[in-house]
Design a protein around this ligand. Sequence first.
Ligand code: PRP
Ligand code: URA
Length: 209
Amino acid sequence: MPSNVFPSPHPLVAHKLTKLRDRNTDPKKFRELIREIAALIAYEVTRDLTTVPTRVVTPMGETQGYVLREKIGLVPILRAGLGMVEGIWDLMPSSEVWHIGLYRDERTLKPVEYYNKLPIEPTVSVCLVLDPMLATGGSAVAAVDILKRWGVSKIKFVGLIAAPEGIDNLSRHHPDVPIHLAAVDSHLNDIGYIVPGLGDAGDRQFGTA
Ligand code: PRP
Ligand code: URA
């Protein structure tokens, strides 16, 4: 495994991912599982965030505490990344959420940008790009390109399932971006879907299959 790729070793992630993959899992359960797995992975992703010491007064006295130093942006790639926001936002409620709209052209498999309302100046110093599926990697590369152009240099990709092709593509274009995942799968099929994967993550969340 390349040194910038971090598949979660956590048994709860493996358990929930298995339910998520199951073709009999309905959209309501699917959304719950995405939210829960995203939160579990976020715990690992945020391990290296820096803190600032602060004093805190408890009902029993005063002690040393710590608060997060960096301003964090959660950047879901529409649509499928949306389902990962809530679980992570619960853990870091002061994060900003910036949406990027990209869809994959079914014929060329290239990403097409359709929504981006980032202000001119960056408002965060760390961005977590959220997208459950890293297939060819085109969408992730495009999202990271957009964030780097915006002026953010500390970027992490947070996904659920990746194909080796997507990992290679993202690592080649952005070797500085760590890739956090629930699992790395076997390959892409001839229409660009991850095998075994879970099917279409957007359609399964939003009931649009
Ligand atoms: C899916 C997925 C990723 C992209 C991955 O989105 O959520 O954004 O495909 O593929 P890639 O790595 O080959 O770029 P999709 O285009 O299906 O849009 P949706 O989320 O709106 O359904
Ligand atoms: N997008 C998905 O939703 N699933 C895949 O397997 C590949 C791209």
